[in-house]
Design a protein around this ligand. Structure first.
Ligand code: ZN
Length: 244
């Protein structure tokens, strides 16, 4: 077990304030240099806040329940006893609150894990689809040239009617706010949208698109800059064009 793994287990305790001073110092000095633990603390804080407001509401109800079950009506002189019980209730609440926080923390962790698995699966499926295109017997290659607005931009489209389109671009300028790059398979009839392309900060991007099975042979592949979200037919400036 690494120091991080060992200390991460203290996150809930730290947020709850239940670590002893030495543990707390150790955790805080680790926290300063560990983004993951800092994120964990940040994600647990709202939960503690929610519990802090929830607990006082619940305590009187528990008291009432006890009174009802024992059949004792509230009477003068019972105040002290109730007060005692109240502080006892607060003590028994603390481990329960910790348990809830740990459970919620595990829930948050599970959700995050689920999302990571989802992302990995999407990436894996994309890689599988790309491999299938590259091995397609009907593979066609179309190289695209940067147009006047982006003379350094380059791209390559690898297309198989049965398996789809793998599009790889480089040197695209960052899309302005509210705009997005859209990839088009141009047929003799009409340009057909393949989908949006989101390049990384260096202007590079690879994307797999499925194209309609009955699509006519492309006469060109193009990239235009369109309103974010894309459009049904190209309206914006052409950044890349290529012909087979
Ligand atoms: Zn850590």
């Amino acid at each position: 077990m690494t120091a991080h793994e060992e200390l991460k287990a203290n996150t809930a305790g730290y947020v709850l304030g239940s670590l002893d001073p030495e543990e707390r110092r150790e955790f805080e000095s680790h926290l300063a240099g560990c983004a993951e633990c800092a994120e964990e603390v940040a994600s647990l804080r709202p939960v503690v806040g929610a519990l802090a407001t929830a607990v006082p509401q619940v305590t009187p109800r528990a008291e009432l329940r006890e009174r009802v079950l024992s059949g004792t009506p509230p009477r003068a002189g019972a105040d002290a006893r109730i007060h005692d019980r109240k502080s006892q209730a607060a003590l028994t609440w603390l481990p329960l609150a910790a348990a809830i926080i740990i459970a919620v923390g595990a829930g948050i962790y599970a959700v995050r894990l689920q999302r990571q698995i989802g992302e990995l699966r999407a990436r894996f499926e994309q890689a599988q689809a790309t491999t299938a295109v590259l091995a397609a017997p009907d593979l066609a290659r179309i190289d695209l040239q940067g147009q006047q607005v982006a003379p350094d931009a380059r791209a390559r489209a690898l297309w198989s009617r049965s398996r789809g389109l793998v599009f790889t671009a480089a040197n695209l300028p960052p899309a302005p706010a509210g705009k997005a790059y859209q990839v088009w398979v141009v047929t003799a009839q009409a340009p057909i949208s393949a989908g949006l392309l989101t390049p990384d900060p260096s202007g590079a991007g690879t994307q797999f698109y499925m194209t309609p099975a009955d699509i006519a042979p492309p006469v060109a592949v193009a990239v235009t800059l369109e309103p974010a979200g894309g459009v049904p037919a190209p309206t914006g400036e052409r950044y890349l064009i290529g012909m087979p």
